[in-house]
Design a binder for this molecule. Sequence first.
Ligand SMILES: Nc1ncnc2c1ncn2[C@@H]1O[C@H](COP(=O)(O)OP(=O)(O)O)[C@@H](O)[C@H]1O
Ligand SMILES: [Mg+2]
Length: 226
Amino acid sequence: MVLIKTQKLKKIYRHNKIETEVLRGLDLDINNQEFISIVGPSGSGKTTLLYVLSGLEPYDDGDIFMFDRLLKDYTEAEKAKLRSLDIGFVFQFYNLIPNLTVYENMMLASVIGKHKTKEEILELLDLVDMKAYINHYPSELSGGMQQRVAIARCLINDPKIIFADEPTGNLDIENGKKIMELFKKLNQTYHKTILMVTHNLDLTSYGTRTIHMIDGQVVKDEKKSK
Ligand SMILES: Nc1ncnc2c1ncn2[C@@H]1O[C@H](COP(=O)(O)OP(=O)(O)O)[C@@H](O)[C@H]1O
Ligand SMILES: [Mg+2]
């Protein structure tokens, strides 16, 4: 089952009459339960692709189908709903709210969707091995711990797909590995579809498929045989 499909997708940034074509006719199918690593040099359009797919940035040409429906046909309110309920986001710098505890960060995320009980929140924190830290503030945690909380938070509305942009980009190798093992578990045990952007080729071994991007186009698409 295809969750997301792009056809000849084009995205141009315009600044002071200078046009930069960042996505240049990109074709991509994302299937249910895949764990895709998107790799490519800095500036190849990886982050832009995530912004465009999530409806945060408009696109200039081509089509995007999000869950069988043209993204163009979504209203702003529907796109906001898509981002809060159907897509879970994980960022390089965690983006936890600094003046809220781990538990409060989770609560805040659950306000947007279906209300979660304390038990449900603790269960998610347990999954990422952070249950013992519910009353800690982000500044009291290591980067790896903060990222694990951010992963628990991205799961709170039970999204169909997780978008992760360089999720280990700010972590040392050991902590990076823990994060990658966690994504692998979410994919294999919890059947989450994952679209992870990275410029570290070593991390692609955790996924089921690797897409190489250069200059806004897919230049190589490797599916792992299981
Ligand atoms: N908001 C923006 N305005 C103008 N140009 C941008 C903007 N965001 C990114 N770019 C340009 O688009 C290209 C791709 O950027 P990006 O998607 O961030 O690449 P990657 O994530 O692969 O490093 C780069 O040349 C970058 O300078
Ligand atoms: Mg980027």
